[in-house]
Design a protein around this ligand. Sequence first.
Ligand SMILES: NC(=O)CCC(=O)C(=O)O
Length: 268
Amino acid sequence: MLKIALCQLPVKADKHENLNQAASMVQEAASAGAQLAVLPEMFNCPYDIHCFRNYAENIPSGETVNHLSALARTHGLFLIGGSIPELVGELLYNTSIVFDPKGEIIAKHRKAHLFDVCVKNGIEFTESQVLSAGNTTTIFQTPWGKFGVEICYDIRFPELTRKMAKEGALLVIVPAAFNMTTGPAHWELLFRSRALDNQIFMLGTSPARNFQASYVAYGHSIAVNPWGQILAQLDEKPGVLIVDLDFTQIEEVREALPVWKQRRENLY
Ligand SMILES: NC(=O)CCC(=O)C(=O)O
């Protein structure tokens, strides 16, 4: 059993306010007994291509990294630090950092699929105007087994989650920020599909919805089990969602519906 916490932060323009809000939600998560907490995509910065460079930090020397490391250490939990704009020379990445309960960085994922879309009368966004894409998949080891990390739009590329599941990931964690066009249409569907296809757990953490922001996040942080069922989901407001994950369910589901063993990779 693993107790997780999804921290649906109200992301504001003030970076320090965002860091303080993260601290108070992680504290709430720890008080509820969470052993792993997850923050949303771009949690220290408005999700706006015009902001990323101003809020960007070096990893591991930046202020946000130090803050998150101290939070993980103080509360003795695994912390998936949502994502932040990472500065590497002149390049910017959308990067998630994973801390162990001693506050050490044990993994780092750079968003591999940039959110470049144009939906008529809906959402238009072009991350590639300012961000570069990462080139690796990211898995880390925990006492419960291997977990993977991907960031938001990455979830739409099923091969990525499949690769991590094939490498043994029991759970894939997705700091995310869907919007009011694609959120209602696809958020649940994508999390349930990746969970069901791979017979693993999927977690998604979003910022809370803020109609004053240039990009209005959908919210609805979510936990899905290997049967494709939603274990719990927030609404659009700020909140901390606590969920127990029972990893024995993976074997149960894979035995009952043995599609994992029945794959015929020579055909496809
Ligand atoms: N931040 C993102 O990558 C947004 C992805 C999204 O909304 C989608 O529909 O995909």
